[in-house]
Design a binder for this molecule. Sequence first.
Ligand SMILES: Cc1cc2nc3c(=O)[nH]c(=O)nc-3n(C[C@H](O)[C@H](O)[C@H](O)COP(=O)(O)OP(=O)(O)OC[C@H]3O[C@@H](n4cnc5c(N)ncnc54)[C@H](O)[C@@H]3O)c2cc1C
Length: 414
Amino acid sequence: MNQRLVEVLVIGAGPSGCVSAAFLQGQGIQVQVVEKSIFPRFVIGESLLPRCMDHFEEVGLLEGLNAFGFEKKFGARFIKGDKICEFDFSKKHTKGWDWTWQVPRADFDKVLVDELIKKGVEVSFGHEVVDVVIDENGGSLTTIKDENGEPYQVQAKYIIDSSGYGRVLPRLLDLDKPSVLPSHSSIFTHVVDVNRPEGREGTLITFDVVDKEVWLWVIPFSNGRTSIGYVGPTEFLESFEGSNGEKLTQMLKLSNYYYERFKGVEFLFEPVLIKNYSKSVKKLYGKGFVLTGNSAEFLDPVFSSGVTFATESALLGAKLIAKALKGEAVDWEKEYSDYIREGVNVFSSYVNEWYSGNLQTLFFHEPENPEVKRQICSVLAGYVWDKTNPFVTKHNRLIRTVAHIIELEKQKSE
Ligand SMILES: Cc1cc2nc3c(=O)[nH]c(=O)nc-3n(C[C@H](O)[C@H](O)[C@H](O)COP(=O)(O)OP(=O)(O)OC[C@H]3O[C@@H](n4cnc5c(N)ncnc54)[C@H](O)[C@@H]3O)c2cc1C
């Protein structure tokens, strides 16, 4: 079998793989990316957070993205019955990007990988990692099947597993761990948005809460198409009968706000159902490898944190590998795992408090408290490591406490 030698092997050319490879290339480190699909390919995860703009900018991938003309996202709107809560990223506690994009990922990821290739990174499409052996010193031998099904092997000093839902190393090295989040599922498709209203309303990204645990996303793209998807407890989604298309058609009737806009629109592909999407792992790194992006952890789509975590972990993982390759000591537990888990824990609290209803109490309470809103807005923009933000540092208590106070006040006034 053919064997090749590289310093760093990156598995997967999604946002996570592209960001880590771009950084390493910039450092003069020899990197190879293997990607099992042929791009463009569909993947879900279309609403980005401002924080990920920092990552694309730092590794020189922003310019190409900017030139494409993706729909700009300046905030997020949440609707529940007749109540509306809108976050504006320019009104947030933490300094940083005030906008980002809402993107069809097939186009977005294609632009990213094209930019990466322009930088001189070798990306092998149609190449699937099928086996990985890592010895006690961290040296690895990866078996890959090329586009003709021919196997070859790559020896690498480090592997970055950015394989997303492929979860290559968690599967092969038995690193999977059940998520502690509730079992939720999602069903989604794209539509030609023929009834899209003119102006801002037509382009607003919106989360329509039809029940405490059930919500609809509406993500309009600049190409006139819109992504629509429902999220809810797995048994709730399973309670709808028929094909995925029939299920989603029935579910669309649950949204008072959007029913007319999407009534009878044609689905561009048979809706996809992903069951129990939350994933976790026993550890985020090991000798000779690091897990980044979805391969490491996926929480929930409600706050659109997936891609931002994918790029945050990719950039940090790549920086630490570069440091190690220079012969400097790296404390992976502290410098990688603890840092990533800190952010994951903040978002986990928000996900949990969303489905407990406490966060919804805060979002839809009137009159709103502008300072609280600015601080929560920072979290929703992905700035979850800002220690000056009490809604970051006290994430596990503050939402619950404020929701409790609101409920008490409501009871008193009644
Ligand atoms: C229902 C749902 C809705 C979501 N909505 C959002 C959202 O609005 N915003 C958001 O930020 N995130 C969202 N996410 C999460 C988002 O999909 C991911 O977080 C994001 O795509 C992760 O990027 P990544 O680079 O880690 O992985 P991916 O983008 O999945 O890329 C991984 C790549 O690895 C390749 N690969 C897999 N296996 C192999 C192999 N064996 N060999 C070689 N290559 C391989 C794949 O082909 C793929 O191209 C959502 C997730 C779900 C389930």
